[in-house]
Ligand binder design. Structure first.
Ligand SMILES: [Zn+2]
Length: 236
């Protein structure tokens, strides 16, 4: 194999060729019903969810997400951290539409950690804290659009049979498609170089939870899966 240790250490993101399909597949893989999906259908879920997010973003491209929130009557709150203990870092942003005034809470502490990871790994270019906040606001705004339309992305797509006992069949939707769409929306709206879910990967590398080499291996695996699919479009 070509490429010495130094190249691995350098962790050249561009060289990994992380297009939307790859990062979206990484998200799809995290779905609780992923193992129930026929691999021939991955392309359908990826294309449909990425497409839904991009389409929703097109008329809003270049607009200020904070102005959009204001116009939608959604409050934006910045909290220090979400609770205590192990749950503390898990939450980054939250949309709550149950009260009189819908609001998005963004957690400063976990976003600062993401910012550090993004800066260190050069994932999304120079990133300010406000930019990281905007990414999360745009993500939640997409969920708001879904909520307002009365249907979430996963509900628009084919459900999958997750249980079968005799004549009894239980179906479930692929929840992660809503996440993929929100990431695609965010990327398109804010003009990001990658799907923002890359931040999560960078964070795991930064905190040592996953090694760079392992991430590169995963990328290779995702590429192989995509290459074996006919339906995925590589024209990006
Ligand atoms: Zn989400």
């Amino acid at each position: 194999m070509a490429g010495g240790q130094n190249e691995v250490q350098a962790f050249d993101l561009c060289a990994l060729g992380l297009d939307d399909d790859i990062l979206a597949l990484a998200e799809l893989e995290r779905d609780p019903v992923f193992h129930k999906l026929d691999s021939g259908r991955y392309g359908y879920y990826l294309e449909q969810s990425l497409g839904a997010g991009r389409r929703a973003a097109l008329p809003l491209q270049g607009q200020d997400i904070r102005v959009l929130l204001e116009e939608a009557g959604i409050e934006f709150r910045l909290a220090e951290s979400a609770g205590a203990g192990t749950m503390k870092v898990a939450l980054r942003a939250q949309l709550d539409w149950s009260g009189k005034v819908p609001h998005i809470t963004v957690y400063r502490e976990s976003l600062r950690q993401l910012q550090t990871a993004a800066e260190t790994r050069g994932a999304l270019g120079p990133v300010t804290f406000d930019r990281i906040v905007d990414i999360h606001l745009a993500h939640e705004y997409y969920h708001w659009l879904e909520y307002r339309s009365g249907q979430f992305t996963n509900e628009l797509l084919e459900s999958v049979e997750c249980l079968r006992i005799g004549p009894f069949r239980r179906k479930a939707t692929v929840l992660q498609t809503s996440e993929i769409a929100a990431h695609a929306f965010c990327k398109q709206m804010l003009g990001l170089p990658y799907l923002p879910s890359l931040l999560d990967h960078m964070y795991l590398i930064q905190t040592g939870e996953i090694k760079m080499e392992q991430f590169a291996e995963n990328v290779k695996k995702w590429k192989e899966i995509l290459a074996s699919m006919d339906s995925v479009c590589y024209n990006r």
